[in-house]
Design a protein around this ligand. Sequence first.
Ligand code: NDP
Length: 269
Amino acid sequence: MGNRLAGKVAVVTGGNQGIGRAIAERLAEEDCVVAVGDLLQGRADATNAGKLSFLVLDVTDEASIRAFVDQVLERFGRIDILVNNAGMVIHKSIDDQTAEDWDRLMAVNLRGPFLMAKYVVPEMRRAGSGAIVNIGSVEGYMVNPWHTAYAATKAGVHGLTLGLSVDLGPDGIRCNTVCPGWIDTDLNRAYVEMHPDRKLIERELSYLHPAGRIGAPKEIANAVLWLVSEESSFVSGEMISVDGARTKKIPLPAILDEEYRSKLTETSV
Ligand code: NDP
């Protein structure tokens, strides 16, 4: 518990579970008032607690965004921090993917962050400062099979970040993106659970990461905390990967990588 964000009000989209929930809790631990906006469809885990409030928000619906922002301002009087975290993935080849799939992904992952910024920025401007953090992905740079549309949305989020940092810099508003690697949440748990040998797939995943393991939601939350705090006051327009160096290692054939893999087996937890 600290007070690095005392007196601030943050909005976190898609914060009912996974990475968004960890971000909301981490900001609240630093004395920030946090309004979580999420679909909240019949979810029992969304109970207002301490500095956390849960409000209904559908980031694909402009009217819902306007109503959400109005509600936050009515309740808390200001918005200093926006974390655009809500996101979804569709795994389909280009042959199976429909125009509706494409539009849905774009609406949640890219149009949502744009509209959230559009309606929150006037408040930040009035205050003369603000911090926006988008949750992009390492898939804005590199792509898993069957993720054409998802990767396009995340590359778009990276472009949005560049544009907002330039346009809003003169208003004292910073905008950055955190690009998570493989983080243990519902979003990708289905992948792991699809495989009958859970231990094997976990070991294979650890081999992909020089850190020897996948990441935890809290590790993304810590990066977001830094980016919304004064400690990063001259950082804007950056894409920061938090991926245990997965995207920094050039893949080798397994047979040539045995010594490195055995080291990872010794060190991974
Ligand atoms: P989860 O699926 O665990 O959580 C996503 C959250 O977003 C859910 O609470 C979901 O609500 C909410 N949400 C979805 N659609 C909307 C909407 N239209 N309006 C408001 N809220 C919505 O995902 P993660 O926590 O793993 O992902 C969070 C972000 O991190 C995403 O942007 C994702 O792309 C990104 N990311 C995740 C990685 C990972 O390895 N986990 C890797 C790289 C990036 P509900 O449950 O009700 O649908």
